[in-house]
Design a protein around this ligand. Sequence first.
Ligand SMILES: [Zn+2]
Ligand SMILES: [Zn+2]
Length: 342
Amino acid sequence: MKGIVFTGDKGVEVRDFEVPSPGPGEVIVKIRASGMCGSDLHVYRGAAVKPSAELLVQGHEPCGEIVQVGAGVSAATAKVGDRVMIHHYWGCGTCIDCRTGWPQMCRTAEPRVPTLNEHGAHAEYMRIPAIQTMPLPDSLSYAAGAAIGCGTGTAWGALLRLGDISGKTIAVFGQGPVGLSATMFAASLGARVIAVDIAQGRLDQARAFGADVVVNSAEVDAVEAIRAATAGRGPELVLETSGVTRVAQQALDVAAPWGRICFIGIGADIAFNTKDTLRRQLTIVTSWTMSTVEQMRCAEYVDRMKLPVEDLFSHRWTLDQAVEAYEWFDRQDAGKGVFEAV
Ligand SMILES: [Zn+2]
Ligand SMILES: [Zn+2]
C-alpha cells in the first residue's frame, strides 16, 4: 500500500508499505480521510534523515471504515463495515488516565502515537487497537470525522476547560482550523465571539462561522480593538490558539477582571508578574486535545446542530499529491487540507 513519509528538510515521498494485519484486540481501518494538521509541519520542516532510516507513515487525523478485525474483538466494540473515528493516542488501557478517557496522559506505558512510534494515517490502511475506534455519526463525512479527531476536537476540549460560555463574550486568537472550530462552537453555544487573525480570508470564514466581531491584527492593535468592542472592559473569556508568544501576551492582557483564559497554541512563552496580575482575579488554564468520551460528544454535537465542519476544508488531495499538498500547507495562508481515498 502507499504511505506518505517525511524525509526532513521539507522532503515528502510516497513509499510502498506492507498492508498491516490485525493482532489480538486490533482492527484494520481503510483510511477514507486523513487530515493535515499544523503540527505535521514540525516534522516536515525538521532536519533531514539518513537515506537508510526507517520512516513512519505520517498523518494523525484518521477516519475510515473497519475492514478487518483481530482475535478477541467483540462485535459490540468493532466490526467489519463500521464507519469510525479514531482517538489517535493509546496507552496501557487500565490506569486512571486511560480509564477516564485520556490515554495520551498514560504514565504506565509510553503512549503510542501515530507518526511518533506507530505508522500514521496518510496511507491506504492503518492498524489500531479496537478500543480506539468510535462510531462516526451517519450524517458526518469521513473528512469531518478526521477533523473532530484532532483540530476540531481540540477546540471543543478547550471550550470545556473555559466552562459555561453561553451569553458571555469570548475572544479567539488565531483562526486556523482550531480557532475557526472554536469560533463555530462558541457561537453555536450562545457566546458572542470576537475573532482575531492576520489573514482576511480566515476572518471572512470566522464571520461565516458566527463571529460577531472580527479583528485583523495585521492592521490594528488587537488589544485596543477588542477593548473597543467590549466597552473598554475586555472579554470574560479568551482562547489563544496561535502559539505565538506576542499574541499569547495579548490574550493575557486583554481579559476582563475575573476573566478565564485558555492557552492551546503550542510554543508560546508567557510571563506574568503576580503583583500586576492578581488584582484582575484571572483564571489561566491550558488544554491538550480531548478525551475519548469528549471526542464522541463533540461528534454528536456537530451532528445534532448540523455544524459546517466540512467547510473547514479548503483543499482535498490524494496520496499521490503529497509533495504538492505539503508545499501548499507549508505556506500556512489558507484553510485545512485532507487526503481522501478515491
Ligand atoms: Zn493534529
Ligand atoms: Zn494508562
